[in-house]
Design a protein around this ligand. Structure first.
Ligand code: XMP
Length: 512
């Protein structure tokens, strides 16, 4: 087991993820609770996260001294390095040497932390993001690697098995970072690496039982992977104390709503209320063409409908959501803080405040691909688990301009053809998201001997790791030609097809 002490970095959960990838159980604990957690958990190693504070201030967080005196290996990252340095007798200087972004470190000495990945005398790219830096090492420490701006890029007291890095090994911008973390947890802390998603499932079930007790839980299903996995997991934990509510807004893809209902009712026997709210949503969206107004309209109506349904069911103490870790981060940067609102995702937030219920969010620490692994573990069908992400407002944001039933029908058909071809070509799993967009533009064409005047359909497909950045997918022309021919032949209302070759940034994945 590894204890991860959280000092408030945005990417602490990435450390946990890297540790899980090594098949090692870890717990992320806020620094205030670290001492108690350490006593209870008896971890084989401790990782100290980065954080926004400065150790040069008296009031900033510290690593509990007992953790540093317990004879357990410790790995400090960024702020974690600084607390180690200052608490073990070194010095940290604030302010002047901020460093953000890519840097290169040069390895000076061999060490178990570099085993199998970094060699003496070579330089390697890393990701730096810090304001303060260590200026004098505590006794017993030596420098293992340097960078032009960080003379103490990697330091260690090998005797005490204390390691500390100035950069962030947990992010993908440090290409060898995962390997360094692996070396720490497997070789230095000596964890076995036999922990699996099966164990996560069992632990999550225990946690849900402990949290919920005999209470009643309602869970909103969106039709997507996350809420489905959350619901199935919770149902395993507490059985029919769970009721699922599926608000059908009529903005799903072809047949997807039915699939959800069948899956839950027939395969899992989970109580499910299917709210047929299609008319309500389409009515509310009449005359709305601004993307943000669309999102707000759908988000608000969703909450109203869900809330009304919850009242009908009555007596629920908990609201379950399939919130993932990236949602937690994105909703912070999307709705608050100094960064501008690009798009107001409605899938997190809103509901809990309004409903005044306690939240059950068993996937809060996981990333999308981990949720898929968990879904398979729970026996969800592959076709469901492997599904591309789908936005909460659904097809409404894939029809720029005003939405009508007719346009929704046209788009659904085009989308089905497109995805069918992608699956046939065996490309579905290589792509992060692929979908059709129906443009509010009509153009002239000729079919047979006649003139046509119909809508344009744009196809989009991107690769991405987390949805934050994305590249357009480089289909072969022959493939695109095949899809275009089929759409124009099979979908009445479309006579022209284009392919979107914009990456993110500067584009976004969705068109609205
Ligand atoms: P963008 O378009 O912002 O999309 O590049 C990034 C990811 O987020 C999804 N997305 C949404 N999801 N509500 C959601 O639940 C929304 O309003 C929303 N807008 C975009 C998008 O599909 C992609 O996966």
């Amino acid at each position: 087991k590894i204890l991860i002490v959280d000092f408030g970095s945005q990417v602490t959960q990435l450390i946990a993820r890297r540790v899980r990838e090594e098949g090692v159980y870890s717990e992320v604990v806020p620094f205030q609770k670290a001492e108690q957690a350490f006593r209870e958990m008896k971890p084989k190693g401790v990782i100290l996260s980065g954080g926004p504070e400065s150790v040069t201030l008296q009031t900033s967080p510290r690593t509990p001294q007992s953790l540093l005196e317990a004879g357990v290996p410790v790995f400090g990252i960024c702020y974690g390095q600084q607390t180690m340095a200052s608490q073990l007798g070194g010095e940290v200087e604030g302010g002047h040497h901020s460093e953000f972004g890519r840097a290169e470190v040069e390895v000076l000495t061999e060490s178990p932390i570099f085993q199998g990945v970094w060699q003496v005398g070579h330089k390697y790219p890393v990701w730096m993001s810090h304001g303060d830096r260590v200026t004098r090492l505590p006794e017993g420490f030596e420098t293992l690697a340097v960078s032009p701006n960080a003379p103490f890029a990697v330091v260690a007291d090998e005797a005490r098995k204390f390691y500390a890095v100035q950069f962030h090994p947990e992010v993908v911008h440090t290409p060898d970072g995962a390997q360094l973390i692996r070396n720490f947890v497997r070789h230095i802390a000596g964890c076995k690496g036999d922990w699996t998603m099966k164990a996560f499932r069992d632990e999550a079930i225990e946690r849900i039982r402990a949290q919920v007790g005999k209470g009643r839980v309602i869970c909103g299903l969106s039709g997507g992977v996350d809420s489905a996995v959350a619901a199935v997991l919770i149902h395993e934990a507490i059985g029919d104390q769970l009721t699922c509510v599926f608000v059908d807004h009529g903005l799903m893809r072809e047949a997807e709503a039915d699939q959800v209902v069948t899956l839950f009712r027939d395969s899992y026997n989970i109580p499910l209320v299917h709210v047929q709210a299609q008319d309500l949503f389409i009515g509310a969206l009449e005359g709305v063409s601004d993307p943000e107004v669309k999102r707000k309209t759908i988000g608000k109506l969703f909450i109203d409908v869900f809330d009304a349904e919850a009242k009908k069911i009555g007596g629920a103490d908990f609201l379950a959501q399939g919130t993932l870790y990236p949602d937690v981060i994105e909703s912070v940067s999307f709705t608050g803080g100094p960064s501008v609102t690009i798009k107001s995702h409605h899938n997190v937030g809103g509901l809990p405040e309004r409903m005044n219920m306690k939240l059950v969010e068993p996937l809060r620490e996981l990333f999308k691909d981990e949720v898929r692994v968990l879904g398979r573990e729970l026996g969800l069908p592959e076709a469901f688990v492997g599904r591309h992400p789908f936005p909460g407002p659904g097809l409404a944001i894939r029809i720029p301009g005003e939405i009508t039933r007719e346009k929704l029908d046209i788009l659904r058909k085009a989308d089905t053809v497109y995805l069918d071809e992608i699956r046939k070509a065996g490309l579905y799993d290589d792509i992060w998201q692929a979908f059709a967009v129906l443009l509010p533009v009509k153009t002239v064409g000729v079919m047979g001997d006649g003139r046509t005047y119909d809508f344009v359909c744009a196809l989009r497909a991107v690769t991405s790791v987390d949805g934050m950045t994305a590249d357009f997918y480089p289909f072969e022309m022959a493939f695109l030609g095949r899809v275009a021919t089929r759409i124009i032949n099979e979908v009445k209302g479309i006579n022209r097809v284009t392919y979107d070759i914009t990456s993110k940034p500067p584009g976004t994945i969705e068109w609205e």
